[in-house]
Design a protein around this ligand. Structure first.
Ligand code: 5GP
Length: 178
């Protein structure tokens, strides 16, 4: 087990690069099977999902579109609860098969509040793919269609996820040391 320091906190190995990559390849196969000939539009939520989105998209063997939007501000180690759209969605979703790509679903508040805005545009279908899910923390009703890993209610960094701005470039996922 390796331990790293990000700002003032120590984190220990949780998911290796290999484990993450294998699971993402599996998800890409599953999604490709469900969306054959549908040309889905992926909406990746920045900042945290940029690595997941890039790797999933590379593995995807069907035609698909992708765009990136920015929604939430997340300060420190607790969800701020504030959802802010700072980069707007330019694509027209009407009649499209849309898949949201999220790095992690914690309380579920972010997506729960954002989904109606997308549904308003009448996509043909709307699904969610999240790399990580903390089921014990999820308080807002949400259907998660593709889940990479269900994880305990502990703060994680790496693979796109940050702790106060740092840690996004780590290839593995680390968990806060207890
Ligand atoms: P939710 O709205 O589901 O409570 O929170 C979603 C957002 O909170 C995620 O997109 C992510 O930015 C942030 N978040 C939740 N849990 C963690 C965590 O363990 N580590 C990091 N780095 N961010 C988290």
């Amino acid at each position: 087990m390796s331990v790293i320091q990000v700002h003032d906190k120590k984190f220990e190995t949780f998911l290796s690069e290999d484990v993450i990559q294998k699971r993402i390849a599996e998800l890409a196969i599953e999604i490709a099977r469900d969306y054959t000939d549908k040309k889905p539009l992926f909406i990746a939520i920045l900042n945290g999902s940029f690595m997941f989105a890039a790797d999933l998209f590379k593995h995807l063997q069907i035609e698909a579109e992708i765009c990136f939007i920015k929604l939430a501000s997340y300060k420190g180690m607790k969800s701020s609860g504030k959802v802010v759209t700072s980069i707007g969605l330019e694509e027209d979703l009407f009649g499209k098969d849309v898949i949201i790509l999220e790095d992690i679903v914690d309380t579920g508040k972010t997506l729960h509040h954002f989904l109606p805005k997308l549904e308003h545009q009448q996509p043909r279908s709307l699904k969610i793919a999240t790399l990580l899910h903390k089921p014990a923390a999820t308080k807002f009703p949400l259907t998660l269609d593709y889940i990479g890993f269900s994880i305990p209610e502990k703060f994680v960094v790496g693979y796109g996820l940050d702790y106060d701005g740092l840690g996004r470039n780590i290839k593995e996922i680390y968990q806060l040391s207890s």
